[in-house]
Design a protein around this ligand. Structure first.
Ligand SMILES: NC(=O)C[C@H](N)C(=O)O
Length: 335
C-alpha cells in the first residue's frame, strides 16, 4: 500500500525554541520518525512518501489552508492508496470537517492525526498516533477520519475537548468509527459517505461570523453584520432561542434574514443538539427562515456554512443544502 503523508505542522512536528513550541521538523526528520513507527508495527508492507505542505501551529490555519490540503490530496489522488495529514490539534476538528465537505465520495482513507506532545520528545503520544494512523490506513476504509489516542472519529464529528491530555478528542453526537489497540483495529461502523462518486469541490466563501450568545449581549451588535458577512452562526443556549425582552436580539436576527444573511442556529451545549421548537424563545426564532443545525458540532458548522455559501448565495438554496446531511455531520433524527 502506498501512503502519502501531508505534513502541515502542529505540536506533532514541533521543536522547542526560546519562544515556545514551534513546528519545525523537516521532511527527512518526519520520514525518520514515521519509518521508525512503521517498523515497530507487525506489518510493514507500506510505502510512505512525504510532502511538507506548510509548518504552522494550527491556530494560524485559515480556510485557504483547507483548500491547500484538499488540492494536494486531489493532485495525488490516483497515485496513492491512502493519505495521512499531520496537523495541529487546536483546529484539527475544523480541518477534518472542511476536508469532508471538499472531498466527498472518496474511495480511500484520508486520516488526520496529530499529538499533544512533539514527535521528537522521548515521552510522547505522537508515536502511537502515527502507528495507529498507519494501521488504520491498511483497513482501506474510505472516508475522512481523525485517528487520535486509539480512537477513530468521523471527520465531521471530532471535537477537541481537552487541552493537555492524550485523550484530547471526542466523537460528539456520533458513534466512534473504530478503536485501535495494540495494532489491532476494531471497527464499530463504517465512515459515513454521502456521495457515491468522488466530488472534489474546494470553492468556499469565508465571510461568516460565529457568535456565542451570553446574557447581556447588546442588540446593537447586529447592526453592522449584514454589511460584512453573508452568514452568521449563533450559538444560543440549551435547545435554542433568542432573547427578546431587555435586549431584542430576536428582532435584529429577523432583520438579518430579511437582508439575505444566512443565519444558522446552534447550541452551546456540547451534546444532543438543538430543538428550536421546544420553547417560545425558540419558536419565535423559527418564524424567520433561519437554518437549523440539529446535532452538528460547531467544528463542522463553520466550514459547512463557508462551503455551502461557496456553492450558492441564494438563501433558500443555502438553507436546503446546509440542512442536508453530508459525511455523517447530522443525525437522521434531524434530516
Ligand atoms: N497539540 C497541538 O497540536 C496544539 C498546537 N498549538 C496546534 O494546534 O498546532
Amino acid at each position: 500500500m502506498k501512503i502519502l503523508v501531508l505534513a502541515t505542522g502542529g505540536t506533532i512536528a514541533s521543536v522547542e525554541t526560546a519562544n515556545g513550541l514551534l513546528p519545525g521538523l523537516n521532511v527527512q526528520e518526519l520520514r525518520n520518525y514515521f519509518s521508525e513507527q512503521n517498523n515497530t508495527r507487525q506489518h510493514s508492507d507500506l510505502t510512505l512518501d512525504f510532502h511538507l505542505l506548510m509548518n504552522k501551529d494550527s491556530t494560524n490555519m485559515s480556510p485557504n489552508d483547507w483548500v491547500t490540503i484538499s488540492q494536494a490530496i486531489e493532485r495525488d489522488y490516483n497515485n496513492y492508496d491512502a493519505f495521512i495529514v499531520t496537523h495541529g490539534t487546536d483546529t484539527l476538528g475544523y480541518t477534518a470537517a472542511a476536508l469532508s465537505y471538499m472531498l466527498q465520495g472518496v474511495n480511500k482513507p484520508i486520516v488526520l492525526t496529530g499529538s499533544q506532545i512533539p514527535l521528537s520528545f522521548h515521552k510522547t503520544d505522537a508515536k502511537r498516533n502515527v502507528r495507529d494512523a498507519l494501521t488504520y490506513c491498511l483497513e482501506g476504509q474510505p472516508g475522512v477520519v481523525v485517528v487520535f489516542d486509539g480512537k477513530v472519529i468521523q471527520g465531521t464529528r471530532a471535537v477537541k475537548i481537552r487541552t493537555k491530555s492524550y485523550d484530547a478528542f471526542a466523537s460528539v453526537n456520533h458513534p466512534y468509527i473504530a478503536q485501535i489497540e495494540g495494532g489491532h483495529v476494531t471497527m464499530t461502523t463504517s465512515p459515513a459517505q454521502t456521495e457515491e462518486t468522488m466530488q472534489f469541490n474546494t470553492t468556499i466563501c469565508p465571510d461568516i461570523f460565529l457568535l456565542k450568545l451570553f446574557p447581556g449581549l447588546k442588540a446593537s451588535f447586529f447592526e453592522a453584520i449584514a454589511k460584512d458577512y453573508d452568514g452568521i452562526i449563533i450559538e444560543s443556549f440549551g435547545n435554542g432561542g433568542l432573547p427578546f425582552e431587555d435586549e431584542n436580539i430576536l428582532e435584529q436576527v429577523g432583520k438579518l434574514t430579511e437582508q439575505g444573511v444566512s443565519v444558522v442556529m446552534t447550541t452551546q451545549c456540547l451534546e444532543e443538539g438543538e430543538n428550536l421548537l421546544l420553547y417560545e424563545v425558540g419558536q419565535k426564532v423559527a418564524q424567520y427562515p433561519v437554518i437549523l443545525s440539529g446535532d452538528m458540532n460547531t467544528e463542522a458548522i463553520v466550514p459547512k456554512l463557508m462551503w455551502v455559501l461557496g456553492q450558492t448565495k441564494d438563501p433558500i438554496a443555502v438553507k436546503r443544502l446546509f440542512e442536508t446531511p453530508i459525511g455523517g455531520d447530522l443525525s437522521a433524527d434531524w434530516a
